[in-house]
Design a protein around this ligand. Structure first.
Ligand SMILES: [Zn+2]
Length: 395
């Protein structure tokens, strides 16, 4: 008898345990679902690209093969953004980069919480990005700016940051509502105006409507714009040194959220462009022979480019300016000087796809055919989003 009741008790316990286990399993599936399975599968059997990613950046890349291995644009954008960002300021807390699938059934519950995922989210070391068709530099730069923002410097940051009425006068609930619901759902989507337009309308203060919703988003949006549109920010800071934008830029530079050479960069590029404009005018007026005014513009550009390269040898824009200097020397038929600058461009820490490829191509023409081969390898590696190629080049 005693045995029977013990057995019944044991089997009841077993049933409870099983029921608990089933509930646990069901919860795991409902919460993680195919997403968790996908992460486990790709962690166990990583592709070469995921291995390269982990080796290069020190944290995991998660997502579906359809969005990573089969979508090189996503991987390329992510890798080039991470490289640019970490050269300006190394990451301190990154644990994972994840490309969230568009398909609802592939998402975990965590990924489904919709207001997190209009474009992306950064939370405690996890960078989550939801591409709309393909990933954009804007998306990655915005979320990474949240990563790079050092919360320990909150006071320092907040004190210097130009006060924004719309952040401070609204009740907390409204701020929350507007920030997390209205902004993420509606403002971000409707915000089709260019940064320049927003800046003009807000007296050179905000780069987007989204930036007006909170201090944190303003920091992320301003840093994002400085990274994705450095010439615009450089130009406006140069022209409007007293504006809120300039004050914000200064603070971002102090904390290394963005590169500090944008004013110099925009000025140098402007001189380069001016020399091109002048060249067209010279051709139109028939003055394009001998020493023309175009050369004067180029000379001014050389002085500026040289000082930029001396002052910023490790900038993410070193390669850009060195390549432009090479092109300018070529225009003046000074090939040796052009070659020197192209080599400088190849050694620059950030391989800007456009200018790195251009330097290789011109060296192939001017110096050695092996650079033409390196150029072709670069183009292939770029198209396939081969990570070592994107980071280190092929020369
Ligand atoms: Zn944000």
């Amino acid at each position: 008898m005693g045995d029977g009741s013990t057995q019944a008790g044991t089997s009841f316990l077993k049933k409870r345990k099983r029921a608990f286990f089933n509930f646990f399993l069901a919860s795991v599936i409902a919460l993680g679902g195919p997403s968790a399975g996908n992460i486990i599968f790709n962690d166990l059997f990583p592709s070469q690209q995921r291995k390269d990613f982990k080796k290069e950046f020190g944290f995991d890349l998660h997502g579906w093969r359809k969005d990573i291995e089969e979508q090189p644009t996503n991987l390329r954008t992510l890798v080039l953004s991470l490289q640019k960002e970490r050269l300006i300021k190394p990451f301190s807390n990154m644990k994972e980069a994840r490309i969230v699938p568009r398909e609802f059934w592939k998402q975990s519950l965590w990924e489904k919480i919709p207001f997190h995922f209009v474009t992306g989210q950064y939370f405690s070391g996890n960078l989550l990005l939801l591409p709309n068709k393909v990933l954009t530099f804007h998306q990655v730069f915005h979320e990474l700016s949240h990563e790079k923002y050092n919360y320990s410097t909150l006071d320092y940051f907040a004190q210097g940051w130009p006060a924004t009425d719309n952040n401070l006068t609204r009740p907390d609930f409204m701020k929350y509502f507007e920030h997390y619901i209205i902004s993420e759902y509606i403002l971000h989507k409707l915000d089709s105006k260019e940064s320049q337009q927003w800046l003009e309308e807000t007296g050179f203060s905000f780069v987007s409507k989204y930036a007006t919703t909170s201090f944190y988003e303003d920091v992320a949006e301003t840093a994002k714009t400085a990274l994705s549109d450095p010439l615009l920010i450089g130009k406006l800071v140069r022209e409007q040194p007293e504006s809120d934008l300039s004050k914000k830029y200064e603070i971002l530079v102090k904390d290394s959220l963005v590169s500090g050479d944008l004013v110099d960069l925009s000025l140098t590029m402007k001189l380069y462009d001016a020399s091109l404009v002048q060249k067209v005018r010279d051709l139109e007026t028939g003055a394009a022979t001998g020493i023309s005014p175009q050369h004067e513009y180029l000379r001014t550009f050389f002085v500026k480019a040289k000082s930029f390269l001396i002052e910023n040898p490790q900038s993410v824009y070193t390669g850009t300016i060195a390549t432009l200097a090479g092109l300018a020397y070529e225009k003046m038929c000074l090939e040796d000087a052009a070659i020197t600058y192209y080599h400088l461009a190849l050694e620059a820490p950030y391989k800007d796809a456009e200018y790195y490829a251009l330097a290789l191509k011109r060296l192939g023409v001017l110096e050695d055919e092996s650079y033409t081969e390196a150029y072709q390898r670069y183009v292939e590696g770029y198209e396939a989003a081969d990570i070592p190629t994107l980071i280190y080049g092929t020369h």
